[in-house]
Design a protein around this ligand. Structure first.
Ligand code: APR
Ligand code: PHB
Length: 391
């Protein structure tokens, strides 16, 4: 097989890129190791910045999102001293976020790509890349029991954190920045009326978060040990911790049937540069951020927006100038988002290693936010999404 851009991975990064390239008349093939059903049902985060929604709209993949998503104009942070309320349009000004599950985004993008006759090969697992330093790099993949090759001009490594593309960049040119936090999140989906507001909480038992997926489905999280198994969390223990950590004064938290439980890691990771030869990494393949910022998907969308523009220039004019700037352009945003996600993680979690001094400083930061509009503004402007800088 031969194409202009070989895209490895059908997550948000790979699918958004495929639609942008298709719009620009550039041929591409998406290889995805999992089945369609698997990628469409994988539960992930659910907060979209306006820039991400705008991109879905530009690509004509926004109809269901407009009908079913939930606009969110407020963010609350609860702690022992009260509730810090961030009125997003007042602080940003005029901006809000959109609550819509990542798997719904993925479903919409897959449907749009297939409707337009674009290629996505499911259960096609990339095994290795070759020739990334040459003009015809190749993706070697396994499909329907056979070894196949996809010859390309450019490879887009959109294969997530555990993918194989990042490994094709020689170790000596790659710098990895990593922080593993000493806890995870237990996440549940339940058939219960959600909190009225997106509510993060700092409690002495640990962090909690009340989010939602629909007017009748809650998405709730509690901080837990990183190596916990969901089986260690019977339903009654989860509800007990949620009531306590969310400072429920009675009747706020609706206990419904829990139909999904998972434990997710909390870590930050950045690999730089995001480009080597004819290979370009985007999304989780290059970086992951702790979930406290709700930024993973939005950052993936920001990367491929830059990549699509650079590829359009390359295929139109032959110029590699924008492609050469791709990594630097993306990493500027990535580090700002890492900073914000790290800040929110440090602000809201209980760290067993914290000294009494560090606990007091964390508490003082929360008290400061409660009474300072400029401090709340810095959270709000990051939460709704930083503006895109021209490259
Ligand atoms: N060959 C083909 N596909 C692969 C391979 C491989 N060797 N390895 C991984 N993949 C696929 C995965 O199955 C997955 O569907 O690549 C896809 C990567 O998608 P994501 O992990 O969703 O990553 P990305 O598109 O960068 O989106 C980032 O996802 O992890 C969340 O919170 C994160 O919201 C963020 C978003
Ligand atoms: C979610 O809805 O899953 C969610 C919301 C906010 C976060 C993380 C996850 O920070």
């Amino acid at each position: 097989m031969r194409t202009q851009v070989g895209i490895v991975g059908a997550g948000p990064a790979g699918l958004l890129l495929a639609l942008m390239l298709q719009r620009d008349g550039i041929d591409c093939v998406v290889l995805e190791s999992r089945s369609r059903d698997y990628v469409e049902s994988r539960v992930r985060a659910g907060v979209l910045e306006q820039g991400t929604v705008d991109l879905m709209a530009e690509l004509g993949a926004v109809d269901r999102l407009r009908r079913e998503s939930m606009p969110d104009a407020r963010l609350d942070v609860r702690f022992s001293g009260g509730i810090i309320t961030m009125d997003l349009p007042a602080l940003t000004p005029g901006k809000i976020v959109t609550v819509y599950g990542q798997q719904e985004v993925v479903k919409d993008l897959i449907a749009t790509r297939l409707d337009r006759g674009g290629a996505i090969l499911f259960e096609a697992e990339a095994a290795r890349l070759s020739g990334v330093n040459y003009v015809r790099p190749v993706v070697h993949f396994r499909y329907k029991g056979r070894d196949e090759t996809l010859e390309c001009d450019i490879i887009a490594g959109c294969d997530g954190f555990h993918g194989i593309c990042r490994g094709a960049i020689p170790e000596q040119v790659l710098t990895v920045y990593d922080r593993i936090y000493p806890f995870g999140w237990l996440g549940i989906l339940s058939e219960s009326t959600p909190f009225a507001e997106m509510s993060y909480s700092n409690h002495e038992h640990g962090f909690a978060l009340a989010s939602r997926r629909s007017p009748r489905i809650s998405r709730l999280y509690v901080q837990c040990p990183a190596d916990d198994d969901p089986a260690q969390w019977p339903d009654n223990r989860i509800w007990e911790e949620l009531h306590l950590r969310l400072y429920d004064r009675g009747g706020e938290l609706d206990e419904g049937r829990i139909f999904q439980k998972d434990v997710i890691p909390v870590r930050a990771f950045v690999a730089a540069p995001m480009h080597h030869g004819r290979l370009f990494l985007a999304g989780d393949a290059a970086h992951i951020v702790p979930p406290t910022g709700a930024k993973g998907l939005n950052l993936a969308a920001a990367d491929v927006r830059v990549l699509a523009r650079a590829l359009a220039e390359f295929f139109r004019t032959g110029s590699v100038a924008r492609l050469e700037r791709y990594s630097d352009t993306c990493l500027k945003r990535v580090w700002k988002v890492v900073r914000y996600s790290n800040y929110m993680t440090s602000l809201l979690h209980r760290f067993e290693t914290h000294s009494p001094f560090e606990r007091r400083v964390q508490q003082a930061e929360l008290e400061y936010l409660l009474n300072s509009m400029p401090a709340r503004t810095t959270i709000a402007e990051n939460y709704v999404g930083l503006p895109f800088e021209e490259d």
